[in-house]
Design a protein around this ligand. Structure first.
Ligand SMILES: Nc1ncnc2c1ncn2[C@@H]1O[C@H](COP(=O)(O)OP(=O)(O)O)[C@@H](O)[C@H]1O
Ligand SMILES: *[C@@H]1O[C@H](CO)[C@@H](O)[C@H](O)[C@H]1NC(C)=O
Length: 367
């Protein structure tokens, strides 16, 4: 392992191991009562990669998600406050984001110092509304639902762009590895693919990013990105026509200042991963997106490389995480394995073919 990775390995092990909260049922009940004057019952865990998420149905009525942030992220209340603000702003503008329920003293979050097994640590706690529906990963991706996904992503970015907040500048996140503006940062992790033929593909994608995306970036329109519009962060529920409509947008932890086109590329990539015919995803998502926000020439020209770049980010970071946490290999590699196949195929098809397919298909769908 090269020294940089060795050092990151050590830091990450040190900081992450004890950071994920594990509040007991009685600690949860006490917090619900003291902060929200609610009697917790019907508590069940919800999945979370680094926080503790709990579904709570208090005896007073209603359904909520109690989100207890890990102790690392809890050290940064400003960014959490900004995320909570964005969620509420989207909700006020007709998008189905969760909102935070104020404590009895009117706070949207509370810093709780608690020992849940790792000594006394501080955790940021928020009570969020529970949204109806199931994750989009559980239902068939019809062209109509893909169109809706693209349309919702574009509406979301249009609203986020109007948001006002004194600390918007912290969303610049210059070294944020998941930003599609920072694809070149992957070069530092390239050794995780040593000996794998995929390394050549990833290197070529990064080269194309440097040669064709970066020079056009000054013509991309800026906005604030959700940044992780994936199949587990979108909720759907049945509509009146035997299909599904989007009923929830979750997880604003990756929000960052970027470009509209980044959000579209991320959306297409994650829908491709879950689709039996990945190439068929781009057209409908693009058509839905352009029904709200038509792309300019340079944005169109970069879509293919940006979608491939997201595959590369996902793949390289999955390999890197496996190296840090071999015990999670099974979990971390599921998305990644599908991703590798799609990346290879889309790369072999080439920019012209894929773009033609996406843009012709979108045009047929009526944009
Ligand atoms: N409001 C909600 N409505 C329905 N399901 C939810 C809600 N909030 C969270 N979930 C479920 O919990 C999971 C994790 O939520 P999320 O906020 O994305 O957590 P994290 O970023 O910590 O992984 C989601 O994938 C979803 O299945
Ligand atoms: C708590 O809720 C109950 C009703 O469930 C109400 O009667 C009481 O006044 C509330 N207390 C506070 C401090 O808000």
């Amino acid at each position: 392992m090269p020294p940089l990775l060795m050092c990151l390995f050590y830091l990450s092990e040190m900081s992450v191991k004890n950071a994920q909260p594990n509040f007991s049922p009685s600690q949860v009940s006490e917090i619900m009562k003291r902060l929200y004057n609610l009697t917790a019952s019907g508590i069940r865990p919800l999945p979370s990669y680094d926080d503790q998420n709990l579904y709570v149905a208090p005896t007073e009525g209603g359904e909520y998600v109690l989100k207890i942030m890990n102790s690392e992220d809890s050290k940064n209340p400003t960014i959490i406050e900004l995320q909570t603000h964005a969620m509420s702003f989207l909700y006020q503008n007709g998008l189905p984001a969760q909102t935070a329920v104020p404590t009895t003293s009117g706070q949207l979050m509370s810093l709780e110092e608690i020992d849940c097994g790792y000594g006394c640590q501080k955790y940021l706690v928020r009570l969020l509304t529970y949204l109806p529906g199931v994750t989009i990963s559980k239902v068939p991706f019809t062209p109509k639902l893909l169109y809706e996904t693209g349309r919702t992503a574009a509406r979301m970015d249009e609203v986020l762009q109007k948001m006002v907040h004194p600390h918007l500048s912290i969303l610049e996140r210059e070294n944020f590895i998941w930003s599609l503006s920072n694809v070149c940062l992957l070069e530092e992790y390239m050794s995780v693919l040593d000996g794998d033929p995929l390394q050549e593909v990833v290197k070529s994608v990064i080269d194309q990013y440097k040669n064709s995306v970066i020079p056009r970036r000054s013509n991309f329109r800026k906005c604030i990105n959700h940044g992780d519009f994936n199949d587990l962060n979108i909720l759907v529920q049945p509509d009146d026509n035997h299909g599904y409509k989007i009923s929830g947008i979750l997880d604003f932890a990756d929000m960052n200042s970027g470009y509209y086109i980044n959000e579209l590329a991320i959306t297409i990539m994650y829908m491709m991963i879950e689709h039996p015919d990945p190439i068929a995803v781009g057209g409908p998502v693009l058509a839905g997106w352009e029904s709200v926000f038509p792309l300019n020439k340079d944005e169109k020209n970069c879509l293919y490389v940006l979608v491939l770049s997201r595959f590369c980010q996902s793949l390289v970071m999955a390999r890197y995480s496996v190296m840090l946490h071999p015990e999670n290999e099974e979990y971390l590699m599921t998305t990644s394995r599908k991703g590798v196949k799609i990346l290879q195929k889309v790369w072999e098809l080439g920019k012209e073919n894929v773009e033609k397919f996406w843009f012709d298909h979108a045009a047929q769908l009526g944009v």
